[in-house]
Design a protein around this ligand. Structure first.
Ligand code: FAD
Length: 380
């Protein structure tokens, strides 16, 4: 058969496949979609603008080995991602920084807050939770202001539950920046593939040792029997790397793993530009969370533009909208369900879970690739 079977042609699956192919091992990659790339897939809107079909994706990493690996399959251009948020009628940098502070407070009050922050923190960025629990009254009040204006409503909109019920790790993903630094990410390497992520994945999978089969759902072709895993009726002895949702594959036998989904609404416009930044967040108004204008990400020149509004949605695998599992809802209860699946799978030592869906964890692109490279090296 093959030396390895990979289910899912996203960045994680494609990285494993390529690592095996580099070692002259044969790999079968299957994906249930009609394209490779998983969630980083890019295509063109009706007016010819390159868009990210499953939401905006920006590459950033501190892992040089990940950048080196990906550079084999694409040329990167430098790109520093900037996000603005509409707060009290002003567009201010997000993460909230000193410019945001000076825009929303009087000059005198802004100076007082900045002085206190500099005296009390030596790090360039802090958690909103540290501001909220601070013993200094000025810092605490500032924390409460930012929490209310930036976090509370945006988080509730995004997750469909009050912020108090959202895991603290999720809230901590966006810091408060104690300087004028206005980049969204703070990683050492921030760049985008010149011809897009799909082109990069295509090149990764372009090897004589890799066979890609699209429109093929693992649920239809794999069965878990007492003596092992079967693919299209044949027992599989090689490693099987699975990057999809594990509850779905195993018919939800240990319960449903909840996700938050999105309704992504693209709008083509006959104007050269719509907004000043790649992404504008709407923490306190509108039903959507943010608008992305793709030209700012891809640097495409065109007299027209395409924007994307992201409406958070309840995940329903059979629904007309919200049928894609975007964000795992990480908490102790859901992790316990995931643990049951993992426990069951120990019966099948050649079956490996990899990536944001299979491991039920939010991973950025770089971490997905890093984990894929580590798993491949272990298997090889
Ligand atoms: C809205 C959004 C925005 C994001 N933005 C960023 C960003 O800006 N920067 C960043 O670094 N990261 C970002 N991420 C994270 C990024 O999407 C992931 O790190 C990355 O896509 C994970 O790759 P993966 O291969 O693990 O999963 P996926 O890309 O989801 O790939 C899994 C693949 O498996 C296939 N599959 C699933 N089940 C089956 C099955 N049963 N049979 C066959 N095939 C199957 C799917 O069709 C899919 O192609 C974002 C995530 C989301 C949700």
């Amino acid at each position: 058969m093959y030396d390895c079977i990979v289910i899912g042609a996203g960045v994680a699956g494609a990285s494993v496949a390529r690592r095996f192919a580099d070692a002259k091992k044969s790999v079968l990659v299957i994906d249930k979609r009609d394209h490779v790339g998983g969630n980083v897939y890019e295509c063109y809107s009706n007016n010819g603008i390159r868009i990210h079909k499953y939401g905006p994706h920006i590459f950033h990493t501190n892992f040089k080995e990940v950048l080196d690996f990906l550079t084999r399959f694409c040329e990167f251009y430098d790109y520093r991602h900037k996000v603005q948020g509409l707060i009290d009628g002003y567009l201010v940098p997000i993460p909230f920084n000193f410019t945001s502070l000076e825009t929303l407070y009087s000059p005198q009050k802004a100076e007082e807050i900045k002085k206190k922050l500099k005296e009390n923190f030596s790090t360039p960025k802090v958690s909103i939770l540290d501001l909220l629990s601070h013993s200094d009254k000025t810092i605490k009040e500032f924390g409460e202001f930012v929490y209310e204006k930036v976090f509370v409503h945006y988080t509730a909109k995004q997750w469909g539950i009050p912020i108090e019920q959202v895991d603290k790790s999720v809230i901590n993903r966006v810091p408060v920046v104690l300087s004028y630094e206005d980049g969204y990410f703070h990683d050492e390497y921030q760049c985008m593939p010149k011809y897009g992520f799909t082109d990069m994945i295509d090149k990764m999978l372009d090897d004589e040792n890799i066979t890609v089969k699209l429109n093929k759902n693992a649920q239809d072709s794999f069965s878990f029997k007492e003596d092992g895993i079967y693919y299209e009726g044949e027992k599989v002895d090689c490693p099987i790397v699975y990057t999809g949702a594990i509850d779905e594959l195993l018919d939800y036998r240990f319960g449903v793993l909840p996700y938050r989904s999105l309704n992504l609404v693209f709008e083509d416009m006959d104007i050269p530009a719509f907004q000043p930044a790649s992404v504008v967040n709407f923490p306190n108004s509108e039903d959507f969370t943010r608008i992305t204008e793709f030209k700012h990400l891809t640097l495409q020149e065109s007299p027209v533009t395409t924007i994307l509004k992201e409406y958070p949605a309840k995940y329903d695998v059979n629904g007309k909208i919200g049928n894609i599992p975007y964000y795992s809802i990480e908490n102790a209860e859901n992790r316990a369900i995931h643990d049951k699946y993992r426990e069951y799978l120990t019966k099948y030592p050649n079956f490996y879970l990899l990536g944001r869906l299979a491991e039920y964890k939010y991973y950025n692109i770089d971490v997905s690739v890093k984990r894929a490279l580590e798993l491949s090296d272990e298997l090889l």
